[in-house]
Design a protein around this ligand. Sequence first.
Ligand code: SAM
Length: 215
Amino acid sequence: MKSRTKTNGLLACRLNSLRFRRLTEIRGQFIADCLASLITPGSRVLDLGCGNGVVSAIICDRFRLDFVGADVRQALVTDIPFTAVTPYGELPFAPGSFDAVLLNDVLHHFPSQMDLIDRALRVGRRVFAFEDKPSRTSGLLERVINFVHYGGLPGGYNRDAAGWRRFLAVSGYDFEVREVGRPTAWYPFEHFVIVIGNVQGILDRQLPERQGRPG
Ligand SMILES: C[S@@+](CC[C@H](N)C(=O)[O-])C[C@H]1O[C@@H](n2cnc3c(N)ncnc32)[C@H](O)[C@@H]1O
């Protein structure tokens, strides 16, 4: 077990040096573009499952947010305010203390997605989730990335747009699911932006649709 962790650590370092961070930055800029019409500049935002904080820092800087990153492990390589959370407990924040909770590339790592959404919506008025569109290539690539970069993080609980709509339709929450494409033609993943919770004043805004060059 120890040696597997060590191997994962070494491989993760190699990937970081092989410009994995640059890829994450491209994704971060893309997520920020997708959120541009949704996030209110200066608002209080929780990034739940912030990972290494590269995406968080881009979003936080772009919209000058009052920002907190949270994760079950501290893996930050950027300087953002951070709170550790437990995988299944209540989140350590007062009810309604955030205007929005970001779940960037997090939901499809959970078998109990509704539980995570419920917890997020207790501390925030709405969730903005950024999710991969399932495909054979993205499934394979994701398995490699999860193993090498996140030390064996589970995954694969992806849904297509119709699947997310069916799933959320029974939740009782208001929601909107939009396909936003990919940042560049060569980028291996296509994405959705999903808004859940208090969508008032949000759904009349133009949500991004098919940004970037569709692949
Ligand atoms: C694929 S990474 C995404 C990281 C970051 N949001 C990004 O877009 O680069 C998924 C993250 O979710 C975190 N995570 C897993 N279970 C979690 C939980 N129960 N609560 C909060 N974060 C969790 C993992 O530690 C990991 O950092």
